[in-house]
Design a protein around this ligand. Sequence first.
Ligand code: PLP
Length: 388
Amino acid sequence: MSNEMNRRRWLKSTALLTGGLTLGTASLRRTLAANHLLARARQMNFETESALVADLPVMKARLLANENPFGPSAKAKQAMTEALATSYQYPFMQMRGLQKMIADQEGVTPEHVMLGAGSSELLAAAAILYAAKGNIVTADPSYLDLVETAADFGAPIEKVPLDAAYAHDLPAMEKRINAKTSLVYLCNPNNPTGTVIAAAPLRAFCETVSGKTPIFIDEAYIDYADPARTASMIECVRKGQNVIVARTFSKLHAFAGLRVGYVIAQPDVVKAMGKYASGGMGISAPSIRGAMASYQDIEYVAYAKAKNAESKEFLYQILKAEGYDYVPSHANFVLFPLKMSAVKFREEMMKRGVGLRSWEFAGKQWCRISIGTMDDMKTFAAAFKELS
Ligand SMILES: Cc1ncc(COP(=O)(O)O)c(C=O)c1O
C-alpha cells in the first residue's frame, strides 16, 4: 500500500474519530456504558458464581449470594406462567403497569420511578452519571458495585470506615463531603455487615446533605429490616430532596434470577440516569408480571421474612454454641469473625459443599453467610463443627 493511501486512510479515520468524539460524546458514553455493564456482569458472575461454584464438588448449601431459597411466591409463579402466552409482545404495558403500581404505593409519580433488569443496572447507571461529576463518598466495607463502576469511570472514591458497631458513621461521612463530592452512597441495611442506620439520624443526614450533594441509598435488604430500627428514605424523595433510593425484587421477593429492580428519585435525576440504563426494556414481560403479583402478595412477604428469621436464629445459636461472635443482622446474611484465615475457611467449607463468602477488614478475618433453608443451615452447622 502506498504512503499516500496510508496517509489518506489515517486522515479519514482520525477525522471520523474526532468527529465522533465531539459530536457524539453522549452516545459514546452510552456505548461505553453498555460495554462496561456487560463486562461487569461477566466479572460479577465470575467472582460470585462461576469461580466459587466451580470449586464446589457438590453444591449442598448455596449460601454465597444472599438469595432467598424459599423461591418466588406461588402467585408470582402463576402470573409468570400466564404471561408466557403473550410474551411475543414487547413489555411496554407491563413496564408501565409496574411503574404505576410502585408509584401509587410509594406516593410518588411514575416519573419518579425507573425500572431496571435488577438494581445492578441502576447502580451502574448512577455510577456512570456521577463519576463524571466528582468524588463518591462511601462507607468501608460496604457494597462495592456502584463505587467500583464509578472508579472504573474515573471517579475518586472516598472510603469512610464503619464505626465500632460495624455500622455507617454518618458524622464522619458528612465531614468528608465537600465541593468535589458528586454522590454519597449508603447501603441500608449494609452489605456485608447487615447493620442498619437508625431512621432519625438518617433522615437528618438526608435533609442536610441532599442540599449539597445527591445521596444514593441502596435498600436492597430493607424489606428484612425491623421497621422499629430503620426506615426507607423514599419519604425524602416525596419531600423533594435529592435522594435516590434503589430497591430490588432479588432478595425478599426471591427474584434474583428474574432480574427486576427499580429506583425512586426526582424526575430530572431519573431522566439523567436513564441515559445509561435500559429503562425496563431489559426485563422480560413474565418477570414484570411476576413482580407485580409478588409486590401485592403480603402473605408471601410475611412468610419469607418469618422463614428467614427462623433460619437466622438457628445460625445464631450454632455460632454461640461454638464460641463465636457475630454482627446482629437486619438482612438475609450474617457476618461473623473467624478464628482462622478467611480464605482458608471458605476453601475448607467449599470442600464440604458449603458456599459462602470471606472478608478481611478492621484487622479481622470474617465469614459472610447467607441465610438459607433450615436444611441449608444444618448442612453449614455440620461442616462448621468440623472446623471450629
Ligand atoms: C446491597 C446490594 N445492592 C444491590 C444488589 C444487586 O441486586 P440485583 O441486581 O439482583 O437487584 C445486591 C446483590 O447482592 C446487593 O447486595
